[in-house]
Write a protein of this length. Structure first.
Length: 522
């Protein structure tokens, strides 16, 4: 039976035009004035736009891609494909134990799948989700598999073993490799080690996707310099994750890379605050790399607390991304310990006041009680305006990425609002993109860059991952104060030709695929 999307305005390949879209199976078969045929099923799209489904190039739905509530929140933003395995930490290769413990507050619990490789992880998604799912080989997980908890530079034999794991992941269909160079164990990896891991990625046509070293913002130059070295040594194309900095810094640093011959793109989301593990900025890396039980015992010890107060926390006050106001800049989003549920949505400063202590003590108390499973929304010293974000989103090579983290009672609103916020603020209210330009940033360019096959276009022979939106109604409702609000204005969504969101409600079908790397020419 043929499905026909009738009467809408399609947005594709830089133009907008009234047209019907006919779909058979998973594929678009006709675009234009589609003649009715007996047995057709229709979706009426009059007064609405029909767009290729959006691709979230930086998602943390790794352990939650089969969760109905997460799928609904993502689909209602118009996202049909998520790229996971971000920041160097996820579940494959290996048994997933490291990621399940270290990144539980980011990616969620371990999703059960057979085997320990990328192929089995991707296969496990098929038939369980309404979303497509692509994967990056996480370099931190690879390092953990080979080097354990060592903070020493990898030796030659270890690098050989790590390269073999990356090669297998790319054969299994990964779209690239990711690093998280402010997390452990990525923070201990040298540039030459990373370059060695990127060589098989470059050979396969994949991407080097990096949470670069050094905290972004005013520190970006050091991270960019390292990227240039890695790209020169490996030949890899580069994508910079969540590039947070002033617009002028982003522009100048991207120019440096491109002038050096580095093929570079980046993602940045439409919010001024970040979100990460509470332990990442507030515990020293040499402590975070230890087993969780060891860390908890240490930070529960009065003598160790005294040492951290004396030797470590003063360094945080001199951190360019935080500074002396750090207790008021960090808002608690997820706390695994139920006895601290009252602190969700409070800053560390407010939580300390409530508990009758100071920010250092409440931080260590929270981490110890939660077995380190705490994440937090992080303010930045320079709060970018809408106008400055518009300048960033106008940069060459920008793509849409939410960095969405769904774990927490008071999460960052970006998980549920990013793509609707792009459309509301930067297409309708503060015109930065036209509708065709929005499609280029959020769908067409990401599909090509991440080698996702014939997606990101509305044309015969392309996959029917499509969304229907009301251009005057599409809006994000999630805020920092009320972060669980879902987007509105996108009520009908197709994945692989199947209607997974109908009238704003989830269907019972789950046609989402674990996507393998697929290079496509138009």
């Amino acid at each position: 039976m043929r499905l026909v999307m009738r009467g809408g305005t399609i947005v594709d390949d830089g133009v907008m035009r009234k047209a019907d879209v006919a779909i058979e199976g998973t594929t678009i078969t006709e675009v234009g004035d589609v003649a009715p045929s007996t047995g057709d099923r229709a979706i009426e799209c009059h007064g609405r736009l029909v767009l290729p489904g959006f691709i979230d190039v930086h998602s943390h739905a790794d352990g939650l891609v089969a969760d109905d509530a997460v799928q609904q929140a993502v689909l209602k933003q118009g996202v049909t494909t998520v790229v996971t395995g971000q920041d160097g930490v996820s579940y494959a290769p290996g048994n997933g134990e490291y990621a399940s413990k270290y990144f539980a507050a980011i990616n969620g619990g371990h999703p059960q799948y057979a085997g320990g490789g990328v192929a089995s992880y991707l296969a496990a998604v098929a038939g369980r989700s309404r979303l497509n799912f692509a994967y990056l080989v996480p370099a931190g997980t690879v390092r953990s598999e080979v080097c354990g908890r060592s903070s020493a530079p990898a030796n030659e034999s270890q690098i050989v073993r790590m390269v073999a794991l990356v090669e297998q992941g790319m054969r299994d269909g990964a779209v690239g490799i990711s690093t998280g160079l402010d997390y452990v164990p990525g923070i201990f990896a040298t540039a030459d080690e990373i370059a060695a891991l990127c060589k098989p990625v470059a050979a396969a046509g994949g991407l080097y996707v990096t949470h670069m070293r050094g905290g972004y913002e005013a520190n970006s130059a050091a991270g960019i310099s390292e990227i240039a070295h890695i790209a020169a040594e490996s030949g890899a194309r580069v994508h910079i994750s969540h590039f947070h900095a002033q617009a002028a810094i982003i522009g100048s640093q991207l120019k440096l890379l491109r002038d050096a011959g580095v093929d570079t793109t980046f993602d940045a989301y439409p919010y001024t605050r970040g979100c990460t593990l509470l332990a990442m900025p507030l515990l020293p890396p040499e402590l975070s790399v230890l087993p969780a039980d060891t860390v908890i015992n240490l930070i529960s010890d009065p003598a160790e607390r005294g040492r951290l107060r004396r030797d470590w926390f003063p360094k945080i006050e001199h951190n360019a991304s935080l500074g002396p106001e750090w207790p008021s800049m960090i808002t608690l989003a997820h706390i695994a310990a139920p006895e601290f549920a009252w602190a969700h949505g409070l800053t560390l400063e407010a939580a300390a006041e409530h508990a009758g202590t100071d920010a250092i003590e409440i931080t260590l108390d929270l981490l110890a009680a939660s077995h380190l499973e705490v994440n937090a929304v992080m303010a930045v010293p320079h709060q970018r305006s809408i106008a400055e974000l518009a300048t960033i989103f106008s940069q060459e090579g920008h793509m849409g990425g939410s960095d969405g983290i769904f774990i927490g009672a008071h999460p960052h609103p970006r998980a549920r609002g990013t793509f609707a916020r792009y459309l509301r603020e930067y297409v309708r209210e503060t015109p930065t993109w036209s509708w065709p330009e929005a499609v280029q940033h959020l769908s067409t360019a990401p599909a090509a860059r991440f080698s996702l096959g014939r997606r990101g276009r509305i044309a015969a022979g392309w996959k029917a991952d499509l969304i229907v939106l009301d251009p005057q109604a599409v809006t994000d409702t999630a805020t920092y104060e009320k972060p669980l609000g879902e987007a509105i204005g996108i009520d009908d969504v197709l994945v692989a030709g199947q209607q997974v969101l109908a009238g704003g409600r989830l269907s019972t079908i789950t046609p989402g695929l674990g996507l393998r790397r697929e290079h496509t020419k138009n």
